[in-house]
Design a protein. Structure first.
Length: 185
């Protein structure tokens, strides 16, 4: 997997006390001309202007990806290294409890700077809560095809779907409702 760093959420100061790693299973692009370009923010929703939000340099989509047909559920997949990427997002104390919003744009230019990229299709992801103080968390998003339209409904990832500890669990919250990254009630 390719590892990319997005430090877009250092909004409230210098303290870097939470890291969220988003695993992306990217779609194939038979034309081989598209890139997946990622942006992340927690200070506004998808209707806001994202032009000033830092972007990760685009990851070129491959003409084909090795996946079984039908593909297993996203969390059950073994990711094909040629068709996946990992984006790390750093958060500080101001970011910890706010939802994290991620845009995955499918552009012709690796910086989404081509004229056609002004209306490029995108996949949106909204995480209820991605950050926990002093913790390293993970989530996964599988995009099986480049969306046919510029914008779609966001993929929602609930806080109990965000991984915090080693091992396999269906949900990552305790019976009392607290996340494994939080102290129990």
């Amino acid at each position: 997997m390719r590892v990319l760093l997005v430090a877009a959420l250092l909004l409230g100061g210098c303290a870097r006390n939470a890291i969220f790693e988003l695993e992306l299973d990217l779609p194939p692009d038979p034309s081989g001309i598209r890139y997946a370009v990622v942006q992340a923010r927690d200070d506004a929703d998808f209707s806001a202007d994202w032009s000033a939000v830092a972007m990760v340099q685009g990851v070129r989509l491959q003409p084909a990806c090795s996946r079984p047909d039908p593909s297993p559920a996203c969390d059950d997949r073994a990711l094909d290294p040629t068709c996946s990427a990992v984006v790390s997002v750093v958060g500080d104390e101001d970011d910890l409890t706010r939802p994290l919003r991620v845009r995955i744009r499918f552009c012709e230019d690796p910086a989404c700077a081509a004229a056609a990229d002004a209306s490029s299709p995108e996949t949106r992801v909204e995480l209820e809560r991605a950050f926990y103080t002093g913790r390293y968390t993970q989530g996964r998003v599988c995009v099986d095809a480049v969306p046919p339209v510029p914008v779609g409904e966001p993929i929602r990832i609930e806080r109990c779907e965000v991984r915090c500890r080693k091992g396999d669990a269906v949900m990552h919250c305790r019976a009392d409702g607290t996340h494994f990254c939080e102290p129990p009630l």
